[in-house]
Design a protein. Structure first.
Length: 314
């Protein structure tokens, strides 16, 4: 069973967040659409400025806006109360002005400002007290989130970094010219350089011993995180760029331009099936939650839309 929701108007979906209870879409005109994981429309909210990042924890939605402000909404009531969670009372925000800030959600005081990047920070990830940031300045940085101090800088990229993932031990980063680097987060050493993509590496994921990469060249690749050897490649997963991938257990979903949503096998890269329509541009795909057999996709179809689709098997 597939369900499509028109989000009305010509605004573009810029960011998506989800939890076990909510799926939230942020549009560039400031609108926030909140759905249940069953696809029920719960709220239509509006941020004061265009949202650039979202994160949800329990019933609290944190919205990072393009003007640098942060808004907090109570999703239980739909009311505004005053992007990555560090712990129960702390969030981390990154910005296009190259700054990183750690905030207390009790009084919204900035407890640490982490300086060092010289260009926009495009991705952050955290495991325990270790925070990783990736920037267009061609570096990743390793921080002690508790102390707010820089531990080391990972250098070696020769172009802007566009994607990053971190599993607590390994940092993987992909850049503008198709290079993927694998780092030891504890030592800062570059363990491997992975070549194969012809242009921007839009996404990198660490999953079950694999490094999965997706590029603007339309390809998706998997590498062994232990040996850095290529396990499989899908030369043309979508007609144009692969815009989004999401992984769950032994399957993953991908979305791109001029195609349907594709479901693949993680271990082999084999295509299982395609679902949904033939969309001109799919921006983001994901699984609704761990216990669900549904996936979502945000796409353009003469306006921004959301599709919630059932997998053919659980």
């Amino acid at each position: 069973m597939n369900t499509n929701y028109s989000l009305s108007g010509k605004a573009i979906v810029t960011t998506v967040a989800q939890s076990s209870s909510y799926l939230v879409l942020g549009l560039d005109d400031g609108r926030l659409h909140v759905f249940s994981t069953q696809g029920e429309v719960l709220y239509k909210l509006r941020a004061e400025f265009s949202p650039s990042s979202l994160t949800v924890r329990q019933h609290q939605l944190i919205v990072g806006c393009r003007d640098g402000s942060i808004e907090s909404w109570d999703l239980f009531t739909g009311a505004i109360k005053d992007i990555l969670w560090y712990d129960e009372g702390t969030i981390v925000s990154s910005s296009r002005d190259s700054s990183l800030k750690i905030w207390s959600t009790e009084d919204w005081a900035c407890t640490h400002e982490l300086a060092g990047h010289t260009a926009p920070v495009i991705s952050i990830a955290i495991d325990h007290d270790t925070l990783i940031s990736a920037s267009h300045d061609q570096t990743c940085k390793v921080w002690d989130a508790n102390a707010g101090t820089l531990k080391r800088t990972l250098t070696g990229h020769h172009a802007k970094i566009f994607s990053m993932d971190f599993d607590g031990k390994i940092v993987v980063s992909g850049d503008l010219i198709g290079e993927v680097r694998v780092w030891d987060a504890m030592t800062g050493l570059c363990k491997a350089i992975l070549h194969g993509h012809k242009s921007i590496v839009n996404h990198v994921r660490l999953h079950h011993g694999l490094i999965m990469t997706a590029g603007a060249d339309g390809s998706i690749k998997a590498w062994s995180s232990a040996t850095s050897t290529e396990v499989w490649t899908i030369p043309q997963a979508h007609p144009n760029a692969v815009n989004s991938i999401s992984v769950k257990d032994d399957i993953f979903v991908s979305g791109g331009s001029g195609d349907a949503v594709s479901i693949w096998q993680v271990g082999t890269g084999a295509l299982l099936y395609k679902i949904g329509g033939h969309y001109s541009a799919i921006w983001q795909v994901g699984f609704l939650n761990q216990g669900s057999n549904k996936v979502f996709a945000t796409f353009w179809d003469d306006g921004s839309s959301l599709a919630i689709m059932s997998l053919l098997h659980s």
